[in-house]
Design a protein around this ligand. Structure first.
Ligand SMILES: Cc1cc2nc3c(=O)[nH]c(=O)nc-3n(C[C@H](O)[C@H](O)[C@H](O)COP(=O)(O)OP(=O)(O)OC[C@H]3O[C@@H](n4cnc5c(N)ncnc54)[C@H](O)[C@@H]3O)c2cc1C
Length: 175
């Protein structure tokens, strides 16, 4: 699956009920309609401009459904926080439940293009859940794979615990 937002093709547009001219970056869902959780908010709101509506604000209020970025930030916060509170020595049962959770997460992730790529990445990078340190490192690598796909800077995985568990060594996260 192509990285990042997917442009609609002429074929897709003629086969679906989506608006005729979709702005660049709007991703269609499996139902053929624009997928909000797969699309960046700027592209999403560009749809109202292309349909001639001028009454919409440039950005939605905070209590609207998430776009692909807001969903991603919240999801990474949850995933890294899970690794941060994962036992140093998990039981075999917990390791197996964690691997199962990740498979299900990969299937249910609301941005379907993201989900497909994440599932593919996991087939080549089996979740390492034998300890907190392994799991945290693996999650950091998973996040970096998406960073690379989106053309973002890679995060230094030696620092995942400072970012998500202990707070930075300079004390700026301490009370
Ligand atoms: C499973 C998954 C797949 C995704 N796939 C896509 C996709 O295909 N297309 C798309 O447009 N978006 C995708 N996203 C969303 C994308 O990863 C970002 O969340 C989104 O672009 C917002 O990015 P951001 O720059 O605000 O920070 P984020 O990437 O959300 O990062 C949040 C914070 O995490 C920290 N961080 C960054 N990298 C790491 C790392 N490697 N390890 C530990 N901490 C780190 C930084 O402090 C950063 O500020 C996906 C999200 C998830 C959870």
């Amino acid at each position: 699956m192509a990285p990042g937002p997917v442009e609609t093709t002429e074929k897709q547009e003629t086969e679906t009920v989506a608006p005729k001219k979709l702005p660049k970056g709007v991703v269609l869902g499996p139902d053929g309609k624009p997928c909000r959780s797969c699309t960046d908010v700027s592209s999403w709101f560009a749809m109202s401009k292309s349909s001639g509506s001028t009454s919409k604000p440039a950005k939605p209020p905070r209590d609207c459904p998430p776009d692909v970025s807001a969903l991603g930030r919240s999801s990474w916060t949850l995933l890294h926080s899970i690794t941060a509170t994962y036992p140093v020595q998990p039981t075999p049962d917990l390791q197996s439940e964690t691997a199962s959770f990740l498979r299900t997460f990969g299937k249910l992730y609301p941005c379907w293009v993201c989900a497909e790529d994440f599932q593919t990445w996991m087939t080549q990078n089996t979740p390492r859940v034998s300890s907190r340190s392994e799991f945290g490192q693996w999650m950091c690598e998973a996040h970096n794979a998406v960073n690379v796909k989106l053309g973002k800077k890679e995060f230094d995985c030696a620092k995942w615990e400072e970012r998500w568990r202990t707070g930075w060594k300079d004390g700026r996260c301490d009370p």
